[in-house]
Design a protein around this ligand. Structure first.
Ligand SMILES: [Ca+2]
Length: 341
């Protein structure tokens, strides 16, 4: 195999890839994390006409090490399809492959004018294949930034072990901040478990307000319903006062009993969602009392039937009441602002 170090393979690319390897009709650019941690890719086309050559095939291969994954974030994407906006056909497409056990698995085929969501590899390797044969002036190609990372695309919190999707949030680091699912706002990976641990001060409670929630699954969001889910707990073990959550929620808020709280997200081996984003706040008991009074007033108003839908009301009464088997049950603090879509 001949390995050639490319000089200027990509228009507008500040980094040269590690190697360009001839592969049939396709040129292959290999990026190895030992030599480059991040950069951008964009297929070369004529500076004169803005067109790609009549038949272009380029492979971009990303090779990470250990627990590293590859994330691609697109900043430009214009590959209009000859077959209309909803069908890619086989021209002017960008194909995404996971490489698992030396096998290439096609994950998705991208085309059109909509900026794709971020992509996160399943393991340490990822392959992109760009094919262009439908030349018109609308086809401007794409630009994507790539990153080799070990934080699963979760930029906040303290991650003690790079191979685990576990993040800790401490009151003494910040009284407020954001958490998100891996690769948000792109699809979260399959077969993943992510833990978010919150450690407040002695008189703190943890308030978490979700601003986006899309977890693939159906009620009751457990393994029997083949669902991905988000779990809340005041303990390290399962907290039966909280139901498991999946589906779409416009807004959802939850509060811990005390200074400690855990949120866990788990995905199975099929179908995807785009995850969640939430604002967490460590609140002292005094602040909390004030907020509870306000929330009670909102809940009372909702109960008149003007705000809360019957579906929401059913969910509240059926799912969130404490279980009688639990000793000294306390009413769970979950405020449901809107019903399931
Ligand atoms: Ca799933």
């Amino acid at each position: 195999m001949t390995v050639i170090v490319a000089n200027q393979p990509n228009r507008g690319t500040p980094f040269a890839p590690n190697a360009e390897i001839g592969s049939g009709a396709c040129s292959r650019f290999v990026f190895n994390s030992s030599r480059i941690r991040n950069g951008s890719i964009a297929p070369a086309h004529s500076k004169h006409s803005g067109l790609f050559p009549s038949s272009l095939c380029q492979l971009y291969e990303f090779v990470g090490a250990g627990a590293e994954r590859v994330q691609i974030i697109f900043s430009e994407f214009r590959l209009p399809s000859k077959q209309g906006p909803s069908e890619c056909g086989d021209t002017d497409i960008l194909m995404v492959y996971y490489i698992v056990d030396e096998r290439e698995e096609l994950v998705e085929t991208l085309c059109g004018d909509t900026l794709p969501k971020p992509i996160l590899s399943e393991g340490s390797r990822l392959l992109l294949e760009f094919r262009s044969s439908y030349n018109n002036t609308e086809n401007k190609g794409f630009t994507g930034d790539f990153f080799f990372l070990t934080n699963f695309g979760i930029p906040t919190g303290h991650q003690p072990n790079q191979s685990e999707c576990t993040f800790h949030y401490f009151r003494n680091a910040s009284s407020q901040g954001w958490i998100q699912s891996p690769n948000f706002p792109g699809a979260y990976p399959r077969n993943i478990v992510c833990h978010y641990f919150f450690h407040g001060g002695p008189h703190d409670q943890v308030h978490v307000r979700f601003t986006y929630f899309d977890i693939e699954g159906i009620l009751p969001c457990d393994e029997d319903s083949a669902s991905d889910y988000v779990e809340f707990s005041n303990f390290n073990t399962r907290d039966r006062k909280y139901a498991l959550y999946c589906g779409h929620w416009r807004e959802l808020a939850v509060r811990s009993d005390g200074r400690y709280f855990r949120i866990t997200m788990a995905s199975n081996d099929r179908l995807d969602g785009t995850g969640f984003r939430a604002l967490y706040t460590f609140e002292t008991t005094q602040q909390q009392q004030q907020v509870t009074t306000e929330q009670t007033a909102v809940a009372a108003k909702s109960a008149t039937g003007k705000v809360m839908s019957s579906a929401a009301s059913r969910l509240l009464h059926r799912k969130f009441l404490p279980l009688s088997s639990r000793p000294s049950p306390r009413k769970p603090y979950i405020v449901l602002y809107t019903a399931r879509r």
